[in-house]
Ligand binder design. Structure first.
Ligand SMILES: C[S@@+](CC[C@H](N)C(=O)[O-])C[C@H]1O[C@@H](n2cnc3c(N)ncnc32)[C@H](O)[C@@H]1O
Length: 252
């Protein structure tokens, strides 16, 4: 069953202290590589302004901050203060200089109502967060709104592998083993780690998700499978209205 915003927020608050540890454990540390890949695909330039929504404990924001140039800046937003608190602690522990400390600001905000003007950021990104937003299309629309023309929307999300055998094995791990490990290690009294596989199984498949990005006004949409397709990296570009209309005309 789909959960409302306040249930999602309190679920993440309840697992916030063990969230990072479990992320690395359950993904066998692959989550770090997936975020690096997302930053790589964002085609950053020296002065990019990056938004990371559903930023949680700020792992993706920190990765961006390491890679933006000297005049670049990263803003991370999330509606769960407990997750942001841990993110802020991690940022304050980053060594000064090239690590990106001083280049990140975290703030509380709902992805469905971002407190930024249209066309503000060069990149709007999200890692493993859009699946939790109660209206995925409205979330992507809001990310697209705040990106400048020529900017990129970058989405990292779990997906189901296409290969039947891998899909079967993965579903087994995801639905049987992962909730048990998650519940035991997080000591959460709720079913946060059963919600994870449930929400992944309900999330749009690759083709459908690419269509969502296009319907939100993004062009040149790509979906890159990572680690046998258990994660997919979506990238879409915000073109000017004129370019989009021209492209539509030529494709008819
Ligand atoms: C699975 S965590 C991902 C955190 C981080 N991006 C990462 O890569 O580990 C999902 C995050 O999305 C946040 N979230 C879910 N719905 C949201 C919304 N509508 N607005 C803001 N944050 C939201 C949750 O509070 C949680 O911190």
């Amino acid at each position: 069953m789909m959960r409302n915003a306040s249930e999602i927020r309190s679920m993440f608050a309840s697992i916030s202290r063990r969230y990072d540890f479990l992320n690395h454990l359950l993904s066998l540390n692959q989550d770090k590589r997936w975020r690096k890949e997302a930053v790589e695909m964002s085609r950053l330039s020296g002065s990019d302004l990056v938004l990371d929504v559903c930023s949680g404990t700020a792992d993706l924001a920190i990765e961006y901050a390491r890679k933006v140039g000297p005049s670049g800046l990263v803003v991370g937003t999330d509606f769960c203060p407990e997750m942001l608190l841990i993110g802020n602690r991690k940022i304050s522990e980053c060594p000064n200089g090239s690590s990106g400390r001083g280049k990140i600001a975290l703030m509380a905000a709902d992805t469905l109502h971002l407190p930024f003007a249209d066309d503000t950021f060069d990149v709007a990104s999200v890692a493993f967060g859009i699946r939790n937003v109660s209206d995925v299309k409205a979330g992507v629309t809001e990310m697209t709104r705040v990106v400048k023309e020529g900017g990129r929307v970058v989405i990292l999300e779990f997906s189901l592998p296409e290969h039947r055998l891998v899909r079967g094995l993965y579903k087994g791990y995801f639905t049987c083993l992962l909730p048990v490990i998650g519940r035991t290690v997080s000591r959460a009294r709720n079913d946060a780690y059963s919600y994870l596989p449930d929400s992944v199984l309900k999330f749009p498949e690759k083709g459908e998700m690419c269509e969502v990005l296009r319907e939100c006004g993004l062009g040149d949409v790509s979906a890159t499978e990572l680690t046998l397709g258990i994660v997919t990296l979506y990238v879409g570009f915000k073109h000017s209205m004129r370019t989009t209309q021209q492209a539509r005309k030529t494709s008819f």
